[in-house]
Design a protein around this ligand. Sequence first.
Ligand code: ZN
Length: 125
Amino acid sequence: MPSTEAPAETHEVETVHGSVEYETVTCSNCRHELQPAEALPVGIGLEATDDHFIGDQTRTAYTAAEVRHLCTHCAESTLGYDGPPGRFETLTETITSLSTLERALLALGSLALVGLFVLNLAVLV
Ligand SMILES: [Zn+2]
């Protein structure tokens, strides 16, 4: 997880069915308010996180020190990025939801796949 993420602002509106809350984030470039799912989170700087194990090797993993938001228009005009919004959040959710056991299984699974690939090569040769 990044150490700081530009906070979302919570709004509350009254409807005939009661009050409804929704969140917006602000584009760092044009200051336009938009829904978090429509924003493009942009990581700034690097910060070391826990060690990451790949097989028997240990690597230091890094994450963004801070995260700001851009609207898709500003992401394209300033960074040349025209992909879908919201992908960084999805990625960090996936990574942080993995337990140590799941990470170990993932590493073992990758080794098993490599093993099968090598076996396949051995059979073909
Ligand atoms: Zn913008």
